[in-house]
Write a protein that binds this ligand. Structure first.
Ligand SMILES: *Cc1c(COP(=O)(O)O)cnc(C)c1O
Length: 455
């Protein structure tokens, strides 16, 4: 086999320089501590985005809240604010203590973005925010919308005609397409979703049912994005998952809401009460935006980790090599084939990688086998049904407390502080998965769980 080079080095040379790459290329589950992490105050000095940007996004979402409440009645009780519950999962936490030989201490919670209204995944934050941002800017420049107006106006003329003359397009493995498609179509935009081969059929069917054009490609996420970007013409706003600051800021507002939820739940966060958050990562915008927001809200008291499939560790590869979006998992012979469809991304966002690098504590990778084992545990113990991608964060606490690399990160805390810690697994999707599909996931999970755990 001919040894191909990546940025002037062979794979072997890369591995000699970065020993952690070896396990990654072998598709082993790994925990990686980010050597580029900085104190939050220092990291902020060079950050392209700030708290003001997040507050601006939150204010925009509040302006839209009356319109959202009118257009999506399931959000009316919350006043049109699209937010998800934060839940304790005590039974799963006790099981985790067993699985880690009591290495895991502290409390474990789940952030149920799986149950975000409107589109049932974390994309209901960033995706919907970007559509609203675009709609507002069109309505203000082309018509007479003012910030002080009641935005339910936007559901009527002249705005419907305005939006119908404009297009939205996006490339997606499924969930971003759902969010952009559902909100875009509701406002009257002509919306096209370019779907990668990983996208589930039910997501395409649902979108077509709402009048969205769905184009399918026999390639991965990067191809779907490339095709989408190419075919977006004039009067078309292409939602660029790899480069969009709007998406990123929409995700980041989650941190402001989480702060209130933690206070309500009586969970303190400070240097004696660390907060650990585990976020499933695909191209990076969702987990990156949320982690960025969390660091701005909680500073050095919060520790954010991304979780990726062993077959699609694009963000980890980009961070570890420092090549960000200049490398793909395929460059290192990794196939980007995983049942975690929302995370089936071979090349990470360079914008997110570079922005989040000084704020991120580390990354871990997880096999599909482990995802399905956790799917079964969570269903059995907590009656919580998630899509496979959303399970990735659940292995974070195990990787942190039961691997040598993870424990090395924990040496910065006292045992007392760790007992007082809060861990949050970010459950990123699953709320809209049809029952039959969920049964199929559970069946596979049962089969997987009956097999011995591989070493
Ligand atoms: C998109 C998605 C993610 C990751 O978000 P990125 O912005 O692609 O990193 C995680 N989980 C689910 C279910 C998703 O749909």
């Amino acid at each position: 086999m001919r040894e191909s080079e990546v940025w002037g080095k062979t794979r072997d040379q890369w591995i000699r320089e970065l020993p952690a790459l070896k396990d990654l290329v072998k598709l082993k589950e790994t925990f990686w501590e980010n050597p580029a992490l900085l104190p939050t105050a220092v990291a902020l000095k060079t950050s392209p985005l700030t708290m003001d940007d997040i507050l601006d996004a939150e204010a925009r979402l509040k302006r839209f809240a009356p319109m959202i409440a009118a257009a999506f009645p399931e959000t009316a009780a919350a006043g049109g604010i699209i937010e998800s519950p934060l839940k304790s999962i005590p039974s799963y936490a006790s099981r985790l203590r067993m699985l880690t030989d009591r290495g895991f201490t502290g409390s474990l919670m789940v952030k149920c973005d799986s149950h975000l209204p409107v589109s049932g995944s974390i994309k209901a934050r960033g995706g919907i925010y970007e559509v609203l941002h675009h709609a507002e800017s069109l309505a203000m420049t082309m018509e007479d919308l003012k910030e002080t107006d009641n935005y339910t106006r936007l559901l009527e003329e002249p705005f419907r005609s305005l939006f119908s003359r404009h297009e939205l397009a996006v490339g997606s493995t499924g969930n971003l397409g759902l969010s952009i498609g559902i909100m875009g179509a509701r406002l009257g935009f002509r919306t096209t979703v370019h779907m990668s081969r990983d996208a589930r059929q039910w997501k395409k069917d649902l979108l077509r049912g709402r009048g969205v054009t769905v184009l399918e490609y026999d390639g991965d996420y990067s191809l779907a994005v490339e095709e989408g970007r190419k075919s977006a013409g004039e009067n078309c706003h292409f939602v660029d998952d790899e480069n969009s600051t709007e998406l990123f800021l929409g995700y980041a507002t989650a941190a402001l809401r989480l702060k209130g939820q933690l206070e309500k739940a009586g969970q303190r966060v400070d240097s004696d009460h660390p907060l650990f958050v585990y976020l499933p990562c695909g191209v990076g915008g969702g987990p990156g935006g949320v982690a960025f927001g969390l660091k701005l809200v909680f500073g050095d008291a919060v520790h954010c980790f991304f979780a990726e499939p062993t077959h699609s560790p694009c963000m980890l590869l980009g961070l570890m090599t420092g090549c960000h979006d200049k490398v793909s998992v395929q460059d290192f012979g990794i196939d980007n084939i995983t049942s975690a469809d929302g995370l089936a991304v071979g090349r990470a966002s360079g914008f997110v990688g570079k922005t989040i690098e000084p704020f991120l504590s580390g990354c871990c990778t997880v096999s599909d086998e482990t995802l399905f084992r956790r799917l079964k545990l969570l269903t059995d113990l907590e009656d919580l049904s998630l899509e496979p991608s959303a399970l990735a964060g659940f292995t974070g606490p195990e990787m942190l407390t039961a691997t040598k690399e993870g424990r090395s990160y924990l040496t910065r805390f006292t045992p007392e502080n760790l007992t007082r810690a809060t861990h949050i697994a970010w459950a990123t999707g699953g709320g809209m998965v049809p029952e039959e599909e969920m049964k199929g996931y559970y069946k596979r999970a049962e089969k997987q769980s009956a097999l011995p755990v591989p070493e």
